[in-house]
Design a protein around this ligand. Sequence first.
Ligand SMILES: [Zn+2]
Length: 193
Amino acid sequence: MAKDMEPGSKSKLREFFLANIGRVLNSDELKAASGNKAEFARRIRELRDEEGYRILTHNDRSSLKPGQYLLETSVPKPAFERNISKETRAYVLDRNGFTCQMCGAVAGEPHPDGSGRRTRLHIGHIIDKSKGGSDDYSNLRALCSVCNEGLSNIPQMRPDLKKLLIDIRRAKTEDQLAVLEWLRQKFPDKLKK
Ligand SMILES: [Zn+2]
């Protein structure tokens, strides 16, 4: 492969994003900035997945339209999440039922914070690395974008079973039925008679 003296389209995009933090960018601007129209979307994915830049799209923010991109901070995601293997990710998500372990948001469903955005799950630590937590399966859990960034207002304690059952018993019948429906979908085999 020939080495070009010009900066590559990825570094041009990186610079353009960093010069426009907090501003919504559209695909035409980004195509022009990258100097490579055919590859710009792939380069953005690489900046996000390999370098950890938190480039948001309409999948993360309901206020963004398809084709719009937003970098809110120059601080990349921790290397840990970028380096996590597909297998580990799949294992943890499956073990956690594709549900955020803090707020209960389900992958792909509208987030319970009412923003209308679809829930996207990340892998986070149970005990933080700074407090000695490991990258072992046993110390990993599924977290939605909101909880992963510490933005959730929802209490972060896992509900106590006894209190949970009391809450369900006290709930309106229609809410109890909604819980039943949700459990049926989540555990189709366990509820078969
Ligand atoms: Zn959450």
